[in-house]
Design a protein around this ligand. Structure first.
Ligand code: 5GP
Ligand code: ZN
Length: 113
C-alpha cells in the first residue's frame, strides 16, 4: 500500500519519534504549524478517516486518546494543546491513514479555521 504513514511505521521513511508502543506511533510533523506539532497514528492501517470509525473499530481511537496526556507531557505541552483530525477532502485531509494532530507549545488562537 502506498501510504506515507505505513512507510513511517515500517521505518522506510525516517521520522522523529515522540512515542511508540505496540499499537500506536507518535512523531513530529514534517511541516509543523506550531512549536509542538505531533502526529499520532495507529500502526495498523485499518481506518482511513473519521468517517470509517465504527463501534467495532473505535477501540484504537479510544486507545490513542488514552495516551494523549502522556504524549502531550513528552512534548512539554501538557498545560494546553489542541487535538485535530482532518477528515476528507473538504476537511483538508492529505494522508488517508487516520491520525490526530497534537498542536501546542504556544498560546493557540481561539479561531479554529
Ligand atoms: P492531514 O493533512 O492528512 O491531516 O495531515 C497530514 C500531515 O502529515 C501533514 O501535517 C503533513 O505535514 C504530515 N506529513 C506528510 N508527510 C510526512 C512525512 O513524510 N513525515 C512527517 N513527519 N510528516 C508528514
Ligand atoms: Zn497507512
Amino acid at each position: 500500500m502506498d501510504c506515507i504513514f505505513c512507510k513511517i511505521v515500517a521505518g522506510e521513511i525516517p521520522s522523529a519519534k515522540v512515542y511508540e508502543d505496540d499499537r500506536i506511533l507518535a512523531f513530529k510533523d514534517i511541516n509543523p504549524c506550531a512549536p509542538v506539532h505531533t502526529i499520532i497514528i495507529p500502526k495498523e492501517h485499518s481506518i482511513t478517516c473519521c468517517n470509517d470509525i465504527t463501534e467495532d473499530n473505535a477501540e484504537i481511537v479510544a486507545y490513542i486518546f488514552s495516551k494523549i496526556p502522556h504524549i502531550a507531557k513528552l512534548c512539554g505541552t501538557e498545560e494546553g494543546y489542541r487535538v485535530v483530525n482532518n477528515c476528507g477532502a473538504l476537511g483538508a485531509q492529505s494522508v488517508f491513514h487516520i491520525h490526530f494532530h497534537l498542536i501546542g507549545g504556544t498560546q493557540l488562537s481561539e479561531k479554529l479555521n
